[in-house]
Design a protein around this ligand. Structure first.
Ligand SMILES: [Zn+2]
Length: 113
């Protein structure tokens, strides 16, 4: 369950951002989670509730947007969605694919007040 640790880290980042912006709290936080990041959206939602309970982020809504995991074939340059092409190039059949997007989790926006 590394999602718990991620939520902890997000809370600490938000503390820093809110302090810097002289804001008090947040109504909503939007996360972008890459399909290839290994982060499970439903675990993030559960963890967020657990980590923010009885904190000032208790009422902060967590919204998650998934980012497609795109891989590029190192042999022919074709790009495909990693989860649907089954880690094999749909054009030339090569298994030498390198992920080019959807490997990260990032904070997209924060609605602070
Ligand atoms: Zn290829």
């Amino acid at each position: 369950m590394h999602e718990l640790g991620l939520c902890d880290a997000i809370v600490k980042m938000m503390d820093g951002i809110l302090e810097q912006e002289r804001m008090e709290g947040a109504n909503k936080i939007v996360l972008e989670i890459g399909e290839l990041s290994g982060v499970e959206a439903h675990f993030m939602e559960d963890s967020w509730i657990a980590v923010t309970a009885r904190t000032k982020y208790e009422d902060t809504e967590l919204q998650i947007e998934m980012v497609p995991g795109i891989a590029r074939c190192l042999d022919c340059g074709e790009e495909c969605r990693a989860v649907t092409c089954n880690l094999r190039c749909p054009l030339c059949g090569s298994v030498k694919l390198a992920p080019i997007s959807g490997t990260d989790m990032t904070i997209k926006s924060i609605e602070a007040y």
